[in-house]
Ligand binder design. Structure first.
Ligand SMILES: *[C@@H]1O[C@H](CO)[C@@H](O)[C@H](O)[C@H]1NC(C)=O
Length: 394
């Protein structure tokens, strides 16, 4: 498979938002080492061993490793994320931003609805909702509705290749729907940056979405470094859950969504992923490493105890993701909250104060006092799922 890594590497540093401790991604020389092959392992891959065999010991090495991880995700699971195209233009009128993107002689246009808050101060921080925001609205924070279905359809397995993204890049583009949505969110952010009349502070952006759209929110946060706070809600398998743990739970008799089920149900992932859906132990990545693409930015993962979502899998997977935040010296930027006993995507009030603290810290000027959150109604020992230990990076 031909890889767009060199273009990607040139494009991403230019997009990177300032971050407290490290610069996002890295330039020349970072990427999957040539000759890399992965030894099948039922335990979660070690985020701290590079594809060239080097152990990560310093924080300064992480952006380079993160670039590898991003490329591994794209190669095995997500499909290729195209770089920023040659032309993005935007106009704003009456609560709607209209975005036109041109690449390779083709052009697409989409619109997103912006709802500004009744309190706070313009330009407003905003949460981009994949298919709409389903968490409670936050004082002083705008919400922006991103039409993910229009960008890449999620109607069935055979809807791969349908939607605006594929009108631009062709129906045989490898991107799964979630990757195409992440690309669309990036273009929306390009548009917001060039349109001050939209009154959005693009240094204070969150992304959220629930269920299938929560998978999309997690992946958008992982692929787009300008997102300050990623809030996947009840994303389950394909989002906060790890493929391997979900498979183990299924083998133990749980009614849980797995990679095998997902590739048969819908077009969320790349056709590249199909071959691995029944042998997830062959994947050099798993979803704890999505957290490794978001660190040191804010991450607040909301889950539920519905069997299909895999409460043991989401809890165990993100406890391992939390190890990356700890290793990087920013445990307070990580949150995981699983509260059960409510219907799917109904946000329970028990999670409200932790969510508000994260919003306050990452979207409302850093004045909040969010601390590391790791709460779950199921008890999991994350060391069951790994055969490595996290270093303290210097
Ligand atoms: C191996 O990869 C790591 C990052 O993943 C990088 O920091 C290091 O420079 C690489 N080593 C060599 C010899 O290329």
């Amino acid at each position: 498979m031909k890889y767009l890594s060199s273009i990607l590497l040139l494009a991403i540093p230019a997009l990177a938002a300032p971050s407290p401790t490290i610069t996002e991604r890295q330039d020349a020389g970072c990427g999957i080492a040539s000759g890399f092959s992965y030894q099948t392992d039922a335990k979660l891959p070690d985020p701290f061993t590079s594809t060239n065999g080097t152990k990560i010991t310093t924080k300064a090495q992480w952006p380079c490793r993160a670039e590898e991880i991003s490329q591994l995700f794209q190669k095995y699971e997500l499909g290729t994320l195209p770089p920023k195209p040659s032309s993005v233009t935007a106009t704003y009128s009456a609560g709607s931003i209209k975005v036109t993107v041109s690449d390779g002689g083709k052009s697409i246009t989409f619109s997103a609805k912006i709802t500004t808050p009744s309190s706070g101060k313009a330009p407003y921080p905003a949460i981009i909702g994949i298919g709409g925001v389903s968490i409670p609205s936050q004082a002083g924070v705008a919400s922006i509705t991103f039409d993910n279905d229009g960008m890449a359809a999620q109607a069935s397995k055979s809807s791969h290749g349908t939607g605006l993204f594929f009108n631009l890049y062709g129906s045989s583009a490898t991107a799964g729907a979630t990757t195409a949505w992440a690309w669309g969110v990036s273009r929306l952010i390009d548009a917001l940056e060039m349109t001050p009349t939209a009154n959005i502070d693009t240094t204070k952006l969150g992304v959220s979405g629930c269920s299938r759209n929560g998978k999309g929110a997690f992946i958008a946060g992982a692929l787009e470094p300008r997102i300050a706070l990623t809030i996947p809600q009840e994303s389950g398998s394909g989002g906060a859950a790890c493929w391997r743990i979900s498979d183990a739970q299924k083998a133990a008799g749980k009614n849980i969504q797995t990679a095998g089920e997902i590739v048969g149900e819908n077009a969320w992932f790349s056709p590249n992923f199909n071959a691995y859906s029944t042998k997830t132990s062959d994947l050099p990545v798993d979803h704890h490493m999505l957290a490794g693409l978001i660190v040191p930015r804010g991450l607040f993962v909301i889950e539920n105890d519905i069997d299909w979502l895999g409460p043991v899998s989401t809890t165990g997977c993100q406890q391992v993701g939390q190890m990356i935040y700890k290793a990087m010296g920013v445990p307070e930027n990580f949150g995981f909250s699983l509260v059960g006993g409510h219907s799917h995507c109904a946000f329970p009030s028990a999670q409200a104060s932790d969510l508000s603290a994260a919003v306050s810290k990452f979207l409302l000027g850093g004045t909040g006092s969010a601390t590391e959150v790791s709460k779950s109604s199921v008890t999991v020992d994350p060391t069951t799922y790994i055969d490595w230990t996290a270093p303290v990076l210097t």
